[in-house]
Design a protein around this ligand. Structure first.
Ligand SMILES: *Cc1c(COP(=O)(O)O)cnc(C)c1O
Length: 385
């Protein structure tokens, strides 16, 4: 019986401290309310604090009145509104690309672009820590998939050199790795891709809006925007809404409109979300203080937690930091202690991260006050080694 299998699987996960639970929260900007208690929220990807910004709400409300709730159809049928094209023009400009295409989620974007760009004759090279949606798109494409060592351009080059197949070669990396807080070494990866005629796809879900000048992303941070042919991003993290996009040449976008199945066979992104994203983009570009605040908070957290004896991981440019705990149980225990003390930062456990490397992920947001950050630091018990 298949149901017996489900209950066994659930029991096994619970016994290993790996069972995931849905818990109800209410969000109010930088805090959430859970079980009647108000907690400083470090678990969101709303880095710039825009999800509850009044200007986004106003832009979305106006779009709601003008366009209605849903797009009503695929963009290719009756669901393509002026707000979609305005957003795409703004995203292209933001990413210094010729054109952009918006999807209903970041997940759908990755699945759609990889299925469209890679065929079973081709070869995909994925950084071993790329997001699950990239693995899924890679699998669905039918291409041969190889993983290269995390952030290791030399390992990538060795693999490209050894592969004599005639199909296309496509390299995929995250721009910012959200569970490690590091940036892909884009200049090195680009050099390798250019030497071996491989197409580079960068998923900048966590860089868009936060990293680089005016938050234009990881490629902009390294000054290599014009050398990343496929720039993917989401509207659902720093931009505070929901949706995904890809930016690149006009030809690439035209090709994806013909071939990306998650674009073609799915209802267009809700006009309300497109309007909110357009407003978010304007704010993200203009309000540098939001990025400066995140950087300051993340530095303060990193140095204070290291002083308390914790192993802290993450680069200054990335918006998040990780407190390494080892076993899942230890990470869960710390997460519970934090919650008791008023901070919400969940344990990240396998299969999201490798076994024995469970961690607490801290994502300060621009609207946290200095007092809230100090309260989070105080919530961490001194670590005795
Ligand atoms: C969150 C995320 C996605 C998926 O984006 P959604 O808009 O949440 O579907 C894709 N890639 C990376 C690296 C992500 O972190």
């Amino acid at each position: 019986m298949i149901c017996a299998h489900w209950s066994q699987a659930l029991d096994r996960l619970a016994a290993r401290h790996l069972k995931r639970e849905l818990r109800l929260v209410e969000r109010h900007g930088s805090v959430i309310v859970r079980d009647g208690r108000t907690l400083v929220n470090l678990a969101s990807n709303d880095y710039l604090g825009l999800a509850s910004d009044q200007r986004l709400i106003a832009a979305a409300s106006a779009a709601l009145e003008r366009y209605g709730v849903g797009a009503g159809a695929s963009r290719l049928l009756a669901g393509n509104f002026s707000i979609h094209e305005e957003l795409e023009a703004a995203l292209a400009e933001f990413k210094r690309a010729e054109a952009a295409l918006v999807f209903s989620s970041g997940y759908a974007t990755n699945v759609g672009i990889l299925m469209a760009l890679a065929t079973p004759r081709d070869h995909l090279y994925l950084d071993e820590l790329v997001h699950a949606s990239i693995h899924d798109g890679a699998r669905l494409s039918g291409a041969r998939v190889e993983r290269f060592r995390h952030a290791d351009a030399n390992d990538l080059e060795r693999r490209l050199r050894e592969n004599a197949s005639r199909g296309a070669r496509i390299v995929v990396t995250d721009g910012v790795f959200s569970m490690d807080g590091d940036l892909a070494p884009l200049p090195d990866l680009i050099a390798v891709c250019e030497r071996h005629d491989a197409l580079l796809v960068v998923d900048d879900a966590h860089g868009t809006g936060v990293v680089g000048p005016a938050g234009r992303g990881t490629a902009a941070h390294f000054g290599v925007e014009n050398r990343v042919p496929v720039q993917m991003g989401t509207l659902s993290k720093a931009l505070g809404g929901q949706g995904g996009f890809v930016a690149g040449s006009r030809q690439l976008i035209q090709f994806l409109i013909q071939r990306a199945r998650s674009f073609i066979y799915s209802t267009g992104i809700a006009p309300v979300l497109a309007a909110a994203a357009l407003e978010a983009l304007r704010i993200a570009e203009g309000e540098e203080w939001r990025r400066e605040t995140i950087k300051r908070q993340r530095e303060r957290l990193a140095s204070a937690l290291a002083a308390k004896g914790y192993e802290v991981r993450g680069e200054l440019e990335a918006p998040m930091l990780l407190v390494m705990m080892g076993e899942a149980e230890a990470a869960l225990e710390l997460a519970r202690a934090l919650e008791t003390a008023g901070a919400y930062a969940p344990a990240i456990r396998p299969p999201t991260v490798p076994h024995g490397t469970s961690r607490i992920r801290l994502a300060p947001i621009a609207t946290h006050t200095a007092e809230q950050i100090e309260a989070v630091i105080a919530a961490f018990p001194e670590k005795t080694r």
